[in-house]
Design a binder for this molecule. Structure first.
Ligand code: FBP
Length: 449
């Protein structure tokens, strides 16, 4: 159903421009049945919204040219919605929207919207408490407490990264990690902050960190193991490029006591995500089988605010992200795939755009927001790939899958089902929009015939 001020609403016509940004309300939205039926917006310049209650149905929009309401066939309304049911009002709230218009801004407004004082916003703390009550009424609270400790580590790391040049925290620490990488000062600081926060919450038994060769074991009867890359992309730190913390959380089986007990497939994770320290600190969090939610750190309040509820990755987008500097070492199927998107055949075929920051968190966040594909193939130089399964590939794969995307290995198998041979095991990875990963699989399958 399409709508434009004054235009009759019929099920499928296009509409004219309305406003640059604002809040739209459909007042007589009263589906008699299936009221949780999602209203989906398909065009990139639209936001995605769901009917949370009978009426009115509100959603925010930003630089939208059209309002298009697409009612699922199995949804009935009292009567056709007319344009007079839709009111729009300018909203001065600084909405953060992905390029493709998904990641609507729900109740998680930022607090300072000009003259309007937001008094009802969703902080990460409130979100975790509500999720625990909603999903796990018999929960002990251990998981929520662990997440609070994670939140503290992200805020603290964000603080030191923001001040790194001011506090001489740039440059090398003079030490190396298990894979021989020269550690940055902030690699060491970030690692210490993360490990101390996990120890401090008393709910964690084991930590696997990229910066620690061995498994870290804490005293006590913590029920969780946390895997992490405290400062992913640290080679970019001194250039002020966005870096991040990647994490995954496992609930331990009884008797788990050694590193092998943490060599589990990503399907065993209860939650995962990452925090990107860039223009602002953006946390992306997902729970097993759940939605992907985005939070932005309001440094004035020191709170992560829900700004991107229910993030969905677009089904396809002609953007690819890979270090082409390695193409000399690529295997034939990999070369064939990237040639197919760089030199597409056919009259209207257009080559894909290339985007590569060289910081997995930043490349992943852009891919989640805009769509496309991020890949780090295994190659003749790194036959097992570069990125680590436990604390880089698997956590990202869970985020991509829960946002409607996919993540696979070089052999085309599901990344989340890969069982690492050891805690720092590596794999090639292709992740992002479902439509794009299916194209990779098509090329790989041709080679496997
Ligand atoms: P670390 O910085 O945590 O070791 O991460 C590895 C990483 O920097 C990823 O963030 C990034 O995607 C990749 O390596 C970049 O590798 P390259 O410089 O070979 O393209």
């Amino acid at each position: 159903m399409w709508a434009h001020h004054g235009a009759p609403l019929v099920r499928s016509t296009s509409i004219q421009e309305v406003k640059s940004s604002g809040l739209a309300t459909i007042s007589r939205w009263n589906p008699l049945k299936y009221d949780s039926a999602p209203l989906r917006i398909h065009d990139p310049s639209f936001v995605h919204f769901k009917s949370y209650s009978h009426s009115p149905l509100r959603f925010l929009f930003d630089s939208i040219r059209y309002i298009k309401v697409h009612l699922p066939t199995n949804c009935r309304t009292l009567s056709p919605i007319t344009s007079s049911d839709i009111t729009t009002s300018p909203h001065k709230n600084n909405i953060t929207m992905g390029g493709n218009g998904n990641g609507s801004n729900g109740n998680g407004f930022s607090v300072d919207s000009g003259t309007e004082v937001q008094t009802d916003f969703i902080t990460l703390t409130r979100f975790l408490t509500e999720e625990q009550a909603r999903l796990h009424e018999h929960a002990t609270g251990d998981f929520t407490l662990l997440c609070h400790a994670l939140q503290l580590s992200f805020k603290t790391i964000a603080y030191f990264i923001r001040r790194a040049s001011l506090r001489n925290l740039m440059g090398l620490a003079g030490s190396t990690n298990d894979s021989g990488d020269s550690q940055k000062k902030l690699d060491v600081i970030g690692n210490d902050i993360f490990i101390n926060a996990m120890k401090g919450c008393g709910k964690v038994k084991f930590v696997v960190s990229e910066e620690e060769e061995e498994l870290i074991t804490f005293p006590g009867d913590g029920k969780y193991a946390v895997v992490c890359d405290p400062i992913d992309g640290s080679s970019n730190l001194d250039a002020g490029v966005s870096v991040g913390t990647i994490f995954g959380i496992f609930k331990l089986a009884d008797g788990a006591s050694k590193a092998e007990d943490i060599c589990l497939p990503g399907t065993e994770m209860v939650a995962s995500g990452f925090t990107m320290y860039g223009a602002s600190a953006n946390l992306v969090l997902t729970m097993k089988g759940g939605a992907v939610n985005g939070f932005t750190l309001d440094t004035a309040l020191g709170e992560f605010i829900l700004t991107h509820p229910d993030m969905r990755i677009p089904h396809s987008r002609s953007i690819y992200s890979v270090n082409e500097g390695n193409s000399l070492y690529w295997t034939e199927p990999v070369r064939k795939y990237f040639d197919s998107i760089k030199y597409p055949e056919g009259p209207d075929a257009k080559p894909y755009s290339a985007r590569y920051i060289g910081s997995m968190v930043a490349d992943a966040y852009r891919t989640l927001c805009y769509g496309g594909l991020f890949a780090y193939p295994a190659d003749k130089k790194s036959p097992k790939g570069k990125l680590r399964i436990l604390y880089e590939c698997a956590p990202m794969a869970m985020v991509m899958e829960n946002a409607g995307g996919m993540a696979i290995t070089d052999s085309g198998s599901r990344m989340l089902e890969v069982v690492p041979e050891k805690i720092h095991d590596r794999s090639g990875i292709y992740m992002g929009s479902k439509g794009e990963i299916e194209k990779v699989l098509k090329v790989f399958n041709e080679y496997q015939k």
